[in-house]
Design a protein around this ligand. Structure first.
Ligand SMILES: [Cu+2]
Length: 74
């Protein structure tokens, strides 16, 4: 079945080093339906690709917030 892929960007507060960045990357990757992730430490943001209908940007933001970094959909 054809899966439509969508892009979204989150603003992510509280990342201070590459360890934080890796934690955010892993939290986003662990959300079912997420295909690719790029986290920017300098930009305090995370871009990702997800399959439409499998997850939502809001759910991904919640997964990031759950590990201690305030995230919201841009
Ligand atoms: Cu850190």
């Amino acid at each position: 079945m054809f899966e439509k892929k969508l892009n979204a960007t989150l603003s992510v507060e509280g990342m201070h080093c590459n360890h934080c960045k890796a934690r955010v990357e892993n939290a986003i990757k662990s959300v079912k339906g997420v295909k690719a992730v790029t986290v920017s430490l300098e930009g305090a943001s995370a871009e990702f690709v997800y399959a439409e209908g499998k997850t939502t940007p809001e759910a991904v933001a919640e997964a990031v917030t759950a590990i201690g970094f305030a995230a919201k959909v841009k």
